[in-house]
Design a protein around this ligand. Sequence first.
Ligand code: HEM
Length: 416
Amino acid sequence: MTTAVAPDIDLADLSFWRRPPRERHEAFARLRQLEHPVFFEERRVPLLRSGRGFYALVRHSDVVEASRNAKVFSSEPAVTSPEPPGWVKHVFGESMVNMDDPRHARLRRIVSRAFSPKMLANLQGDIEKAATRIVDDVIAEGPRDFVTQVAARLPIHVICDMMGIPDDMRAKVHEHVDVSTAYTGVRPSLARSVRMAGQNMLALAALQRMVIKLGRERSESPQGDLVSALVTANVDGERLTWRELGSFFALLLVAGNETARNTMAHGVKLLTDNPEQRELLLSDFDAHIGGAIEEMVRYVSPIMQFRRTVTEDYDLRGLHLKPGDKVVLFYGSANRDETVFPDPDRFDITRTEVKQHVGFGGPGPHFCLGANLARQEIRTMYRELFTRLPGLRAQGEPELLLSNFDNSVRSQGFTF
Ligand code: HEM
């Protein structure tokens, strides 16, 4: 059953995600005006199959309500849609993002020490050094593609630093991550999708084996890095199992790499297309960069949606949800909800209401663990770029990935 109210909008169809972003935002704006969340039937393409359809939550208040109420809106068996096949679940099976409490709370307790203010402060020197090297290289090479030369380099470097991945393993990590991120989202050809998804999973599995090997070594002779901390007991006597360690590393590489990179790339384009906002930012970087980053995350919504599965009968705005119903939280739409963000399509780094955005997820147990790290990376990278290259601007249009999941930029020309 598809909604009768907006029959030309089918969020489960590839053709919808092929439309230019402006048209998609207009479609979501129409959906937000409907009285009820909307029920869609998913296409029966084998790779996309996930049984019954899903409810689309497109309003800010509904996304917030579902995120807060994790007992009813479960993250198990998985938050991605469509339902991943068994072998994907095997790779990510022990990943906290796909778990409910108490298993989720235990993992979050163990790994959150990696994101404490003290750990993040310790990383700052490394992030600055990496940002300086990236700008050195850009100056030496000349501007070609902002994504490969700048945005893609910092987040992965930071994750390797955090985990204490030795230098001689990093080239291999980069190689596997390149393969694993070559496939995200939907693809026009099924055969190509299956092949790329297979390569993607093999690469992630190889990364997990690498970090597990490292974990075994560190459990015997711990050093001051995160892997050592995660495989030795914390004050409550808790530590990650080997499989959990592998899944956590894969999650960091998936959750913390493309997201930060896409925000930086889209951000440069947004600042170029809105010269008055760019000027304001550069007139007092420290005063405006915090608001600018939040506005970029709101406007871009690097992760466009995550899913929940209903565990018990629940009424949402008069709509009766039943156990097993799938609900997709469209962050990109919630972030343009005009009842919360006036004139939502305007990019404005001074918005006072911007803190209510759900780009890092709604309020609740799964709120992005890496939000402060992402802010720190973007702030540091932009400071280095705009201090040394104050004329930096995007050039031409970005090449976007066809995806219903991440708002990914494959390439973006630039100049300085
Ligand atoms: C702009 C950058 C980022 C965006 C937009 C983003 C977005 C999100 C979103 C929407 C969720 C919510 C998942 C849910 O509710 O099911 C999430 C969770 C998560 N993020 Fe981020 N993220 C970003 C950067 C990072 C970074 C840099 C890291 C770490 C290096 C990271 C690690 C995580 C982890 C571990 C979770 C799972 C938390 C849990 O299930 O308890 N993220 N992120």
